[in-house]
Design a protein around this ligand. Sequence first.
Ligand SMILES: NC(=O)c1ccc[n+]([C@@H]2O[C@H](COP(=O)([O-])OP(=O)(O)OC[C@H]3O[C@@H](n4cnc5c(N)ncnc54)[C@H](OP(=O)(O)O)[C@@H]3O)[C@@H](O)[C@H]2O)c1
Length: 260
Amino acid sequence: MDWKDKLAVITGASSGIGEATARKLAAQGLRVVLVARRADRLEALAEDIRANGGTACILPADLTKEADRLRVCEEAGAADVLVNNAGLGWYGYGSDMPWKMAWEMLQVNVEAVVQLTIGFLGRMRRRDSGHIINVGSISGSFPSQGIALYGATKSFLDNFTTALYRELTGTRVHVSVVRAGPVRTEFGKVALSKVNGGHVPTEHVGVTADYVAWHIWKLMLRPRRVIYVPGWLRVVPWAELAFGRIIDQIGPLLLKNRKA
Ligand SMILES: NC(=O)c1ccc[n+]([C@@H]2O[C@H](COP(=O)([O-])OP(=O)(O)OC[C@H]3O[C@@H](n4cnc5c(N)ncnc54)[C@H](OP(=O)(O)O)[C@@H]3O)[C@@H](O)[C@H]2O)c1
C-alpha cells in the first residue's frame, strides 16, 4: 500500500503514543488530522510537523461528547486511516472507583471508538480501502487487579476488532488492534491525577511511544488482525490460561492501594 498523501486521523494526538504516531505518519508522507482536547498542544504539534515538511491540521474534540464525535466523523470521516488511540486509565480497587471516572473511561475507551469506527468504516468499505487501528492493551487479555474497568475496555477492543476483521476478510479494508504493554507516556500521571490514591505500575517502565508508533507504521505496511508491542507479550494470553488460578490467589497481594 502506498500511503503517501493519504489522510490519517489520530485521536489522542496531544501526547504519548498518539503524538508519536502523528509524527511518524507525517514523516512517511501522510496528511494527519490531530484530535484531542488540548488544542494548544495539537497546534504546537501541527506547526512542528509542518516545519518538518509534513501536512497536519487540528480538530480539537472532547471524545466524551457525542456531538464532538459526530463532528470528527463529519469533518474527517473520509480519511484513509483512523487510529483510535485516545484513552485513559485509573488504578485502585474497582469498588473505590467514582462513577464519573468510570463513565469518562467508557466514553473515551469504548463509545468513542465505536462511534468513530462506524462513522469511518462505511466510507472505507465503499472505497474498498482503508485501515482502522485500535490501540488496545495487553491488559485486555490479562484481567488484572487494580485496572478492572480499564482492562475490560481493552477486552472490548480486542473482541470488536477481531469480529470486524473477520467481517472484512477478502476486502482491502483492514481493522487491527495493537496490544501494547507498558509505554512511558503521561498515561500513569493522568490516571494518578484521578484522585484514586493508588499508583500505576507502568509509570517508570515500558517502551517508548516512538517504538509503538514505529510498530503502527509497520502494521500499516503489513496489515494484521493483532500485533503485540513488544512482540514477546504474545505469551501473555497463554499465561492467563495457564496461571489464571494462581493469579486469582495472589491478586490481592499485588494490588497496592496507597492512600495519597
Ligand atoms: N502508556 C501505557 O502504558 C499504555 C499501555 C497500553 C495501552 N495504552 C493505550 O495507549 C493509548 C494512548 O495512551 P498514552 O499512553 O499515549 O497516554 P497519554 O499520553 O495520557 O495520552 C492519552 C491521549 O488521550 C487523549 N484523551 C483523553 N481523554 C480524552 C477525551 N475526553 N477526548 C479526547 N481525547 C482524550 C489525551 O488528550 P487530551 O487530554 O488533550 O484530550 C491524550 O492525547 C490509550 O488508549 C491507552 O489505553 C497505553
